[in-house]
Design a protein around this ligand. Sequence first.
Ligand SMILES: Nc1ncnc2c1ncn2[C@@H]1O[C@H](COP(=O)(O)OP(=O)(O)OP(=O)(O)O)[C@@H](O)[C@H]1O
Ligand SMILES: [Mg+2]
Length: 241
Amino acid sequence: MTDAVLEVRGLAAGYGPVDVLQDVNLDVPAGKIVGIIGPNGTGKSTLLKTIIGIADKQAGEIRYDGGPLEAVAPHNLIERGIAYMPQGDRVFPDMTVKDNLRVGGYVVDDDRFQEALADVYDLYPVLEEKQDQKASTLSGGQQTMLSFGMALANQPQLILLDEPSAGLAPDLVDELFAQIKRLRDTGMPFLVVEQSVRALLDNCDYVYVIEGGTTVFDGTPGDLRGEEDLMRMYLALEENE
Ligand SMILES: Nc1ncnc2c1ncn2[C@@H]1O[C@H](COP(=O)(O)OP(=O)(O)OP(=O)(O)O)[C@@H](O)[C@H]1O
Ligand SMILES: [Mg+2]
């Protein structure tokens, strides 16, 4: 696909001698939400980490914005406009909300940061209300908003999200994806790893399934719903959560 902001071809990756990904192929076009699903431990987070350069690429190609994304330091990738929201603990609990956002937006100068900050506060007024409080005083849902705001604070051109719905009540998941879709509609591309099949199928434009470190399925959410065996397996996994 030529209009892809991010293209991954034949990617093998891992950690030093540990092989995790065998053969991953995917495209993230402008203005699309691309979702990734797969069993625990199959390498979904490793894929995002390889893209931003904190896991080791062993073979294959990653292209971003029309050129190869070679092994450059992660902060250089962030300078090139890739934002990353990691899985799990995502904020600095002892720093204020505003300082967390400044850390998230450390690549941009003060003027652009003020612009980004205004956008984040527009999106989440509660973060403005609590800007001088420690992040540890926020609820779980508000910490996810803050983490998402930290990704936005760099005014990125591509956003990688690792399980954004984890730990959120269903209405907050819907709210988060509503924000993601609003940004998608302005042209922002997203690559989203999701554990929640419902969130993935309801909100993504295109879906990849990774199993055993390999992309084994790709299609629209409607296509995936039609794959009865895969759907049975993932819905069973979700019920076990
Ligand atoms: N820093 C690391 N060093 C060595 N092995 C690692 C490291 N991080 C993860 N792994 C291993 O890589 C494999 C894939 O892990 P990864 O976190 O990418 O899976 P995942 O698909 O994101 O799983 P989950 O759904 O639980 O988040 C696992 O076997 C894991 O133990
Ligand atoms: Mg993971």
